[in-house]
Design a protein around this ligand. Structure first.
Ligand code: CO
Length: 424
């Protein structure tokens, strides 16, 4: 029963979070409902023992933390990312095609599987910046209707279609949204769903998203399928666990960073000063001094949670000989010889102990030695805040597809393990 509720909450969260801006707004809503107090980076912070707080940057990254009753020894941190690969609309996106169609000029955001975006209903969402009474104001925008589609070329026009197609992001991936007589409708729509005047819109970050909802799938509901499972599963689990536990001697903290899919190098990404600034500011507010920050950092731990590759049913040869995760096989601890995953013997041991105490299964992932694999948050954020870090994730298939597949049980394992971690 509890597992069903957790999955339903996860599905609702992902369905309502088409972009990183929406994911952060929804996480903040959950935090507010749980009594967390908002801190602003450009205002004075007052932090009390036992208090619960959150702070965001760019409305697309958020860090939430819970203070212990006494003076903290260090930070128990979890991190995940709010963004997923998708298409971003260019500044002036409307293109008319030969008086036949109105389409949108888009570019890639991150490394998606292009073919999975074809022939499926898409919509548009993001944020707009408008001229308000008190200066510039930000509004969320979500069209929330079947608005666009990127049609494939018919097989009759490309007989080699099933031999593998190379999709060009500039020529092949532009979605149609209507007929040429509706030129200008895009900005009218944007104004309408944001609740603002068209002429007041000064800036926009708008993306295409897959209209599919999350659902259970397979015999015995073994699987879940949905968009953006990487990494909204882990973002949700991190915040849920943070809200459900009270710390004893450490500051519990969960960071959800934007821009992991494009290398984390933005002002709000894992490679920014965001986390370091928050940690240092907590120390400053506690009045414990600079020395305490370094002492606490040395006593801290980071669980970097970003989804991992499960063994592929049709391509088992893509996996390592032994370290190949199974769906519903539990939390994946990721290892990499060149430390693209930050896990080492010490941090792996800590994670295994957490899982053992939480009575949660865990498994190992390593790339095949002849495959480069992907990066994640762990080793990037430790360049800014150098603490013991373990890279973990939930096993999934088709990472960076418009529709991804994962195990139905694993999200429950992650929440349980992170609760155990935050309880210490
Ligand atoms: Co990811």
């Amino acid at each position: 029963m509890r597992e069903q509720t957790l999955l339903q909450d996860l599905f609702t969260f992902i369905d309502q979070s088409p972009t990183a801006f929406h994911a952060v707004a929804n996480l903040e809503k959950m935090l507010e409902e749980d009594g967390f107090v908002r801190l602003k980076e450009n205002a004075v912070w007052q932090i009390k023992q036992g208090g619960k707080y959150y702070v965001n940057r760019n409305d697309s990254s958020v860090i939430a933390f819970v203070m212990p009753e006494g003076e903290p020894l260090g930070f128990h941190m979890a991190a995940a990312h709010s963004d997923s690969p998708c298409f971003k609309l260019k500044e002036a996106p409307e293109i008319v095609v030969d008086d036949y169609y109105l389409k949108l000029n888009v570019e890639k955001y991150g490394g998606m599987i292009l073919s999975t975006w074809m022939d499926r209903p898409l919509s548009l969402a993001g944020r707009v910046i408008v001229r308000g009474k008190n200066g510039l104001e930000s509004f969320l925008a979500d069209l929330d209707q079947d608005a666009a589609i990127i049609p494939n070329v018919a097989i009759h026009m490309n007989r080699d279609m099933n031999k593998g197609v190379e999709y060009n992001p500039q020529t092949d991936m532009q979605p149609i949204i209507g007929l040429p007589d509706r030129k200008g409708a895009y900005h009218e729509w944007l104004a309408k769903v944001s609740g603002v005047k068209k002429e007041d819109i000064l800036g926009e970050d708008i993306y295409l998203y897959n209209r599919d909802k999350c659902r259970l799938l397979g015999i015995g509901d073994a699987f879940i399928a949905g968009p953006r499972l990487d990494d909204l599963e882990c973002a949700f689990a991190g915040m849920r666990a943070l809200m459900e536990e009270r710390p004893k001697e450490y500051v519990n903290l969960c960071a959800v960073f934007d821009n992991e899919e494009i290398g984390s190098g933005t002002k709000q990404g894992a490679d920014s000063t965001f986390l370091k600034d928050v940690l240092r500011r907590i120390c400053l507010c506690l009045g414990v001094g600079e020395e305490a920050y370094y002492r606490m950092a040395a006593e801290s731990f980071l669980i970097s949670a970003d989804n991992a590759h499960a063994l592929h049913p049709n391509h088992p040869e893509k996996a390592d000989a032994i370290n190949k995760p199974a769906l519903n096989g539990g939390i994946v601890i990721k290892y990499h010889g060149s430390q693209r995953y930050a896990t080492d013997a010490y941090s792996a041991a800590v994670m295994k102990e957490i899982c053992r105490r939480a009575d949660v299964p865990y498994q190992a992932y390593a790339n095949r030695s002849d495959i480069a694999g992907g990066g994640t948050l762990g080793n990037i954020s430790t360049a800014q805040v150098s603490v013991n870090t373990v890279d973990i994730g939930l096993p999934q298939l088709a990472m960076h597809s418009a529709l991804e597949t994962a195990g139905a049980k694993d999200i429950g394992y992650l929440v349980k393990a992170l609760k155990e971690y935050f309880r210490q």
